[in-house]
Design a protein around this ligand. Structure first.
Ligand SMILES: [Mn+2]
Length: 324
């Protein structure tokens, strides 16, 4: 692939690199970031990693996670190349890094989100690839550097996280082949990675799930399911909006449901919405009615209305997508 060749040339020509990813980093964000940093070190480069948010405990089994510094640590570092991974937009790396970390030569944007903006000097955006980690795998495979044990566990973690343990439709045969290759190269047990990533749930999140499931409503035909989360529910369970991750998938799994809608009340009283579909309904189209976006089966939007109004509007619109 030409863009991979250009990327390798860019990497070979420069010496100092900064890497970053989005706020509230997940398994793909951290996995792809660490994998690329190991790769660049093997090329003999100076690499520093700066993230707005700390590495969550559950990812602290990954090699070199402790090399990830906070945003302020970048203040006197002027990289030749700044690589931003999995971020969707430049702003999503956080305000400090966005305004203060300036590259001498180029910004590289590597992403797989369908809504990804082309903010880089180099943009490698592959929306039909499962994860940024899968892109990094494919990139390294085109180079003379071998994927080693450390890179393998980082990339496998990214693949596993972004595919929901290979359950989502983005887990293609190619994703499975790559996963198998990484398991063969690596010195890790897949079940241990699973346990690290998915079985470290804080108790508060379980309480929040309990509160949230009590808000579950289905339309008469059972095809549209809604849940909501209010600020007072977050306060009561000492959780944050990040803890809501995964809830919408729970109600999408109900056997009659075609469209799952999760609405979070934001601190300003407006609504953050996640939409999921089993494949009958294109929820990217539904989200776009509310200026949002995403994939056919997973999308989101923001609505400048209270959560109860938002639910009503979303259910009304979703009904137009339901075929009898
Ligand atoms: Mn990702």
């Amino acid at each position: 692939m030409d863009s991979f060749r250009a990327l390798l040339t860019l990497f070979q020509r420069h010496e100092r690199f900064a890497l970053s990813t989005h706020v509230n980093p997940d398994g793909d964000a951290i996995g792809s970031e660490l994998a690329l940093s190991i790769f660049l070190s093997k090329l003999g480069k100076t690499v520093r990693l700066f993230n707005t948010d700390p590495v969550p405990k559950k990812y602290q089994f990954l090699p070199h996670w402790e090399n990830i510094e906070n945003a302020q640590a970048s203040v006197n570092f002027r990289p030749d190349v700044f690589v931003i991974l999995d971020a969707s937009s430049r702003e999503r790396i956080g305000p400090f890094l966005n305004s203060r970390l300036v590259a001498k030569h180029a910004v590289v944007n590597i992403d797989h989100h369908i809504t990804a903006e082309t903010f880089g000097d180099y943009n490698i955006i592959l929306p039909y690839v499962s994860s940024t980690s899968e892109i990094i795998y494919n990139f390294i495979k085109t180079t003379h550097i071998a994927i080693d044990e450390e890179i393998a566990v980082c990339l496998y973690t990214g693949l596993m996280f972004d595919t929901g343990c290979f359950r989502y439709s983005n887990a293609t045969s190619e994703t499975h082949r790559i996963a198998a290759d990484l398991i063969e190269i690596g010195d890790f047990a897949p079940d241990e990675v699973y346990s690290n990533v998915f079985e470290h749930i804080p108790l508060g999140k379980i309480h929040l799930l309990n509160h949230t499931l009590r808000t579950l409503k289905l339309t008469d035909d059972g095809k549209i399911a809604t849940i909501f989360i209010t600020q007072s529910m977050l306060d009561e369970t000492k959780t944050t909006l990040d803890d809501v991750e995964g809830f919408v998938n729970q109600i999408q799994a109900i056997e009659t449901v075609d469209v799952a809608i999760c609405v979070c009340e934001l601190p300003d009283g407006n609504s953050k919405v996640s939409l999921r579909s089993q494949g009958q309904v294109d929820v990217a189209a539904l989200a776009s009615e509310f200026n949002g976006g995403g994939h056919e089966r997973a999308s989101g939007c923001r609505i400048n209305r209270p959560y109860n109004d938002s639910i009503r509007m979303l259910v009304e619109s979703a009904k137009n997508y339901i075929k009898d």
